[in-house]
Design a protein around this ligand. Structure first.
Ligand code: PLP
Length: 390
């Protein structure tokens, strides 16, 4: 689960401090009343420094962050944006909310965007690509950025599930033109609801900061009520309580990842002897956030049985297969229907993704797993493997 496991005294104090020192819950203004407390601003600065970018903008959610990033990139009606068949529904919702058309590419054995299929899906309308770093594992960014560069596409990284993960020494979310994170309750760190947009491009940052706050320019020389209107926007702001929580949670992020990786390594090692179980490909193993262990069974029937065995022993799965309905484009009839006339999709259009996703089992790894919990997980996995693979 990540940061939510660690919510405690520090988070409580951080919220209390906001209340005690003026109780200004808004990101902007009220300078006298707030006694120099700017929690969202401080969270943004610390987050930018942590991931290694020039600009970070705190927003209301990861979904909002995607919408704001697309607006900053100038994506709109008539544009195509390529993303992957395996992602949370929010990635596709944000593209549609921007008025653009989602074009869905395959995932490969890393369960991240397949660079080859990305290139095959590019048309003259394609403006951007959204690689999603699924379940803590970085996407193959070298290949993706090189293809995007060749075709003049913007790269928006959906790092909602990979806050603190990295690719070849750089944090995920910072390798493309613009990146986003989610701090919802089940993400690596949490502010309840919340998100972040990051970029090194001043212009993209400014456009994002206008769009997410009704077009406000945020001039410091005039009161907010007299601020300049730069563009049509919306309200996707983060509030001060979220900012206060975020600062504390960010200080826990390295610990979260370290512990998850340690627990994951123990469990992975213990089942590595089963040759019929093949593990998910890791484009950069050193950059894995460690919150999920994924392996594939030889076929769907075996994967179904494997899950049944695990459930019978009280061990749940994470997304694969337990919440695939929310994470696989082929399951979204309502979206496929809404896109009719613009782009025609059928269920069977992603045979590689289908094959990997239907054979996959994902085991959730948490920060505070005790030795006993780890042993119980290992023995359940070994028992399931012995039963199913016989
Ligand atoms: C969680 C998630 C989002 C959306 O984040 P929210 O904060 O829940 O709105 C977007 N993309 C992916 C891949 C996610 O997992």
């Amino acid at each position: 689960m990540g940061g939510s496991e660690l919510i405690g005294k520090e988070e409580k104090e951080a919220i209390g401090e906001v209340i005690d020192r003026g109780a200004v819950l808004f990101r902007y203004g009220f300078d006298e009343q707030r006694k120099n407390i700017f929690k969202v601003k401080e969270f943004e600065q610390k987050f930018a420094e942590y991931v290694g970018v020039k600009y970070a903008l705190g927003v209301a959610s990861g979904t909002a962050a995607l919408r704001v990033a697309l607006a900053a990139l100038g994506i709109g009606p008539g544009d195509e944006v390529i993303t992957q068949a395996f992602t949370f529904v929010a990635t596709v919702e944000a593209i549609m909310e921007a008025g653009a058309t989602p074009v869905i590419a395959e995932v490969d054995k890393s369960l991240n965007l397949d660079p080859e299929d990305l290139e095959a899906k590019i048309t003259e309308k394609t403006k951007a690509v959204i690689p999603v770093h699924m379940l803590g594992v970085p996407a193959p960014m070298d290949e993706i950025i090189s293809i995007a560069g060749k075709h003049n596409l913007k790269v928006l990284e959906d790092s909602a599930q990979a806050c603190g993960s990295s690719y070849k020494g750089k944090k995920t979310g910072t390798l493309g033109d613009i990146g986003i994170y989610s701090f919802d309750y089940v993400k690596t760190i949490t502010t309840g609801e919340g998100g972040m947009v990051v970029t090194n491009d001043e212009n993209l940052y400014l456009e994002a900061s206008y769009f997410y706050d009704h077009g406000h320019e945020h001039r410091s020389d005039v009161p907010r009520g007299e601020d300049t209107q730069k563009r049509r926007g919306f309200n996707y702001r983060m509030g001060e309580i979220q900012g206060a929580l975020g600062i504390v949670q960010l200080s826990r992020l390295d610990y979260v990842i370290r512990e998850q990786r340690k627990n994951k390594a123990r469990i992975k090692e213990a089942i590595s002897g089963f040759k019929e179980l093949s593990f998910r490909d890791l484009p950069d193993e050193a950059g894995d956030g460690g919150d999920t262990l994924i392996f594939f069974l030889p076929n769907k029937g075996m994967a179904d049985n494997f899950e049944k065995e695990l459930t019978g022993q009280g061990i749940g799965t994470k997304i694969l297969p337990s919440a695939l309905g929310w994470h696989y484009f082929a399951n979204w009839e309502h979206i496929i229907k809404a896109l009719k006339g613009r782009i025609e999709y059928q269920i069977g259009m992603w045979p590689h993704s289908e094959s990997f996703l239907r054979r996959a089992i994902a085991i959730p790894i948490s920060v505070k797993m005790t030795d006993e919990q780890i042993e119980r997980t290992i023995s359940a996995l070994q028992k399931a493997a012995q039963t199913v693979l016989l």
